[in-house]
Each structure stands twice: as C-alpha cells, then as structure tokens.
Design a protein around this ligand. Structure first.
Ligand SMILES: NC(=O)c1ccc[n+]([C@@H]2O[C@H](COP(=O)([O-])OP(=O)(O)OC[C@H]3O[C@@H](n4cnc5c(N)ncnc54)[C@H](O)[C@@H]3O)[C@@H](O)[C@H]2O)c1
Length: 462
C-alpha cells in the first residue's frame, strides 16, 4: 500500500474567503482525501480574501489531482496554481560547473588561460601523469549510461536518463566532494559504448557506469577495465554488492552466525545478483544457490549464457535444481534482486531459524517485509520507508573518493570488500540490532570511512 511521500509533493496556491474557518476548511479537505500537509503559508491577506500556499505529500500523480479537486469544490475557494515540487527541483537541471579561480583582470586571465596555460599543457605533454596534478582529472568521474536500464523504468534512452545521472553527480559531490559529470550516450551498441568511453577517458580519474542493461554491462565493464588506466565501476553491480555484503556482515553479527556455515540464496542473477554472488564468494559461505526466472542455476541447465555458466561453476556445490521455493528450504539467508512478490511467510518458515531476508526488488520487494518479519530475524529492503535500507549511496561516493585519492589505475575485489567492511563497521556494536544493520546514508562518517578503506586497499595493491 503506497503512502504519501515527498516524491509526490505539491504546492497548491488557493484563494479563500476571509473567514475564521478558512484555514481549517482547507486543511480538513486535504486530510479527508489522504494528503499529508507539510507546510501551510499565508501568501496574501486582503479584507475580501486570503491566499494560501498549501504544500502536501501525495501518493501518486492521480492522488495529487484528487487533493486539488477536494480543495476546488469548497465554497468560494479558487485554486490558482498547482506546482509539482519534484519538477521545480529539476528546472534547468541539478548541477553546474563553477570556476575555482578568480578571473578579475588581465593578470588572472594570463595565468588561468593564455599565454600561461600553454606551459602547463607542455608539462602534461612531457609527463602525462601530471594531468592528475594539474587538471580536473584528479577529482572528476564520468557517470556513463546508455539509458537502457534506468531505475525500474527500463529502456528509456539517454536524454530521459539524464535526471538520474545529474542526481548521481549531485550525490557524488554532496557525500564525497567528487566532481562527477553525466555522459549519456546516444547508442546502445556495446562496441560504440566502449569506444566512446575510451575516447573521453583522458579527462576523468574514474568511470562510473550506470543503468546499462545486463548482460551488455558485463562485457562493457570487463573490456573497459582492460583498456583504461583508470578505475571502471558499474554501480548497479558493485555498489549494490558492497552494501549487501556490508549489511550481511552486520546481520550475521546480530543473529550470531558464521558466514562459513550459512547457505545463501541469491534470487536474480542479473547486474546486481551476479556481482553480489561474486563478492559473497570472497567471504567463503557454506554455499550459494543462484536462482533466476528459470529456477536454480546449475551447470546442467540448458541455455546458460557465459555469465550464468561462470556463476554455476562457483555456486551450488550439491548441483541442486528446482524452484526458488525449493531453494529456500534450509537456507540461512535470502538475498533478492529480482522481481516483486515471489514468496510469502510460509516459505520463510522453511528457512533455518534466525533467517535473514534481504528483499531488494524495487519498488515492490520479493516478499512483503511485514510478512517476512513473521519468521525472519532480520529483514532489509531497498526502500526508505522501512528499516535497513540497502542503498548504494552508502558505497559509491566513498569508493570513488578513495580511488581518486589513491590515484588508482584500477579497482579490485579487495577494494570492494574493504568498502563493504567499512560500511558495516560504521555501525557501533552498541547501536547494532535487527532494525539497524546499516548506517543512515546521512551518517557523515560513512563516506570518509569507505574512502579511507578503499584508499588503503588501493595503495596496498599499487
Ligand atoms: N539497493 C537496492 O536495493 C538495489 C540495488 C540494485 C538492484 N535492485 C533491484 O533488484 C532488481 C534487479 O536489478 P538488476 O539491475 O540486477 O536487474 P536485471 O534485469 O539485470 O536482473 C534481473 C534478474 O532477476 C531475475 N528474475 C526476474 N524475474 C524473476 C522471477 N520471477 N523469479 C526469479 N528471478 C527473476 C532475472 O532472471 C534476472 O536474473 C530490481 O528490482 C532493482 O530495482 C535493488
């Protein structure tokens, strides 16, 4: 059941009669249709009327219309204008370039631009590594997408993906001081994407691939990692895997289980699931069963692509086949990055005691979290309206901060594991409990802890 939230926040400007009950009538009308008022301002007050701005959260665009209609039918009330606050935030885009140097006079110009800049260009030509010292490369990341798998919206193309990439860039800056720039490519051809990223790479200290559909994303990332001398990171894969592995570390601390004795079911073997499995295997669990839309992944299954073949070769030690429901019997941990509503409380009851359930399909998880709680000791989702939100924002800003600070040329699983452990360890033992296994994304300790862990791991590997 959706609840009113800030994603559908509107401000309605209304004219009302100058009666003592006007404010009460307006707020009651909004409340009657389920709107949640977050601000109520008097904009104008005249002897013959008052103008109010009523800001409220709705559940959907249609619900926002219902709220507006509920106001407009009140006697002598006129709705002047309705503003969608989410669209207002996006007017003209969310990020900008600003100059770090003063350009006040000819002296300034001569140093920041010609003729002075020419000597800096020559220095970099003579020693290309100086680009990291003398240009934006030192602190800049490209957020690259082809718009093929954007949020839960699917293949909406590069222009429609831009608001998400701008948001990502804003998060990079806010949480880790990284200057990220959206690069939305007007192609979904693997070779063209690889070539385009290769061509723009000189400007950047790292490449963050974003919302590129599986299985194309695997080849693009692997080939770019081979070609480029800067780290290439696909956030939908590794950002998710880092946070999941960090959260699982804390979940198992809470239930007192050793991962070496845990059977883990990972449902969804796309971008997120494949990376989660690969990172989990570094923790040496007793076994991992990978499950996709066709059931448990095993080497004898028909039509495995190269990704699934590789996953089959390092999971499912007993060579099991069957459905998700069968996989769950006797499992200690469920991690879902697949599709909504795949099982219920009765399947969680078949898992081992103190089961851990991470149901991360967005926006609707694999199991209703309230239902999961009937039998699971710990439940996490991808949603901000439940406890234990698995959110990539915990990982990617700090990961790139650490990579840039280390002048890293590459990114390795050791660095990803270091980031996962750092996220987990931000939660102090006295605060750790079944409803608090990951820190808040607004915990200012997270990004520096992740950055430092990644920086150290990167320097250790150089
Ligand atoms: N932080 C988070 O909470 C987080 C992070 C990443 C992804 N996700 C969510 O995980 C889901 C998958 O994301 P992705 O990028 O890996 O997608 P993807 O398309 O790359 O992979 C989807 C996988 O789910 C499997 N699947 C689909 N329907 C299934 C079913 N009925 N039963 C079993 N398996 C099924 C597919 O076979 C595929 O392996 C999405 O809902 C996404 O929003 C959440």
């Amino acid at each position: 059941m959706p609840v009113p939230g800030p994603g559908y926040s509107i401000t309605i400007r209304v004219e009302a009669p100058p009666s003592a009950s006007a404010a009460g009538d307006l707020t009651s009308a909004v409340g009657r249709v389920g709107g949640v008022i977050t601000a109520f301002d008097v904009v104008e007050s005249h002897p013959d009327g008052v103008v109010f701005d009523i800001t409220c959260n709705a559940m959907s665009e249609n619900h926002a219309k219902d709220i507006t209609a509920a106001l407009s039918v009140l006697p002598d009330v006129v709705v002047r204008k309705v503003s969608d606050r989410t669209f207002l935030v996006h007017l003209g885009g969310k990020i900008e370039v600003s100059s770090k140097v003063a350009l006040r006079n000819r002296d300034d110009l001569s140093r920041a631009y010609t003729p002075g800049v020419a000597r800096v260009c020559q220095a970099i030509a003579a020693n290309p590594e100086d680009a990291r010292r003398l240009t934006i490369k030192r602190n800049t990341v490209a957020v690259v997408t082809d718009g093929s798998a954007v949020l839960g919206l699917g293949n909406i193309g590069p222009a429609a993906a831009l608001p998400v990439m701008e948001g990502k860039a804003a998060l990079f800056k806010k949480f880790a001081g990284v200057d990220a720039w959206p690069v939305c490519l007007d192609t979904q051809d693997t070779e063209e994407i690889i070539r385009a990223v290769e061509l723009i790479a000189p400007v950047y200290g790292g490449i963050n691939l974003e919302d590129i559909a599986a299985p194309r994303c695997f080849e693009i990332e692997a080939r770019l990692r081979e070609k480029l001398d800067i780290p290439v990171f696909h956030d939908d894969q590794h950002g998710t895997a880092i946070v999941v592995v960090g959260a699982l570390r804390n979940a198992l601390r809470v239930v007192g289980k050793d991962i070496g004795k845990c059977k883990i079911v990972v449902c969804g073997v796309g971008a997120a699931g494949s990376a989660i499995i690969r990172l989990l295997l570094h923790q040496k669990p007793a076994d991992v069963l990978a499950v996709d839309i066709h059931g448990i992944v095993h080497s004898g299954r028909d039509n495995l692509d190269s990704n699934l073949e590789q996953i089959a070769s390092c999971t499912n030690v007993e060579g099991r086949s069957g459905s998700l429901h069968e996989a769950l019997v006797g499992a200690d941990v469920f991690i879902g990055v697949s599709a909504p509503n795949l099982f219920g409380a009765e399947q969680v009851a078949t898992m081992n005691s103190d089961a851990v359930v991470f149901a991360l399909a967005n926006p609707d998880p694999e199991i209703d979290p309230v239902e999961a709680q009937q039998h699971a000791a710990i439940v996490a989702t991808g949603r901000s309206d439940y406890p234990n939100q698995i959110n990539n924002v915990l990982a990617f800003p700090g990961v790139f901060r650490g990579l840039l600070d280390a002048h890293a040329n590459t990114i390795t699983d050791t660095m990803l594991v270091a980031a996962a452990n750092a996220i987990a360890d931000v939660v102090e033992p006295e605060r750790l409990n079944a409803s608090f296994i990951v820190p808040s994304v607004f915990d200012s300790a997270v990004a520096p802890a992740v950055a430092e862990a990644v920086r150290k791991a990167a320097i250790g590997e150089n």
